[in-house]
Design a protein around this ligand. Structure first.
Ligand code: HEC
Length: 155
């Protein structure tokens, strides 16, 4: 009876230790890689950021903050490039978006021109909608005039 108790206690102790092992330190390379791949940003992680940047991009231009506008555009492009790596099945449509979605912004930003920006923004929105349709998410339609972004760099 006593030895059974001791064995039970010992195995309990072992279990506690097992749950405390830290895969980042103890796991072998294969296991580490598996975990890392599981936690790389998903499409929805990236798109959640995309939605925020979409709003900040629009409002930065509307408020005439042109350097901040350009910065937002580059960050949006960066998100798309990140997606191309983390989700290979989105790569072709993401590439298409990079090619068609950014027409007119350079000119609009250079001339600090809201009218030009609005046209380029509408073109980009169309490309967002297109990619959603091509990826079975046509019900996600970014707003023509998005609500103001939450960035503290906006007024
Ligand atoms: C490469 C294709 C692609 C492009 C380009 C793209 N999206 Fe998406 N987006 C998706 C997919 C796929 C989903 C659905 C994500 C999921 O659930 O896996 C999505 C989801 C979203 C969501 C919902 C996020 C959430 O979970 O609440 C928003 C918002 C969004 N996209 C905004 C945009 C905006 C704005 C643009 C353009 C600036 C854009 N997307 C461009 C493919 C794309």
């Amino acid at each position: 009876m006593r030895s059974v108790m001791i064995i039970m206690l010992l195995s309990l102790q072992l279990n506690v230790h097992a749950s405390e092992t830290d895969w980042r330190k103890q796991a072998n390379t294969k296991e580490k890689l598996k975990h890392l791949i599981q936690v790389i940003p998903s499409t929805s992680d990236i798109m959640f950021q995309m939605g925020e940047r979409y709003k900040n991009f629009y409002w930065a231009a509307k408020q005439g903050k042109w350097e901040f506008t350009e910065y937002q555009m580059e960050e949006i492009q960066g998100l798309v490039r990140e997606l191309m790596i983390t989700r290979p099945k989105r790569k072709a449509t993401a590439q298409e978006f990079l090619q068609t979605g950014f027409r007119g912004f350079e000119d609009a930003i250079k001339h600090k021109n809201w009218q030009k920006f609005s046209r380029a923004f509408e073109n980009m929105r169309g490309a967002c909608v297109q990619c959603h349709a091509d990826n079975d998410h046509s019900f996600i339609i970014p707003a023509v005039h998005p609500a103001k972004g939450g960035s503290p760099a906006l007024d």
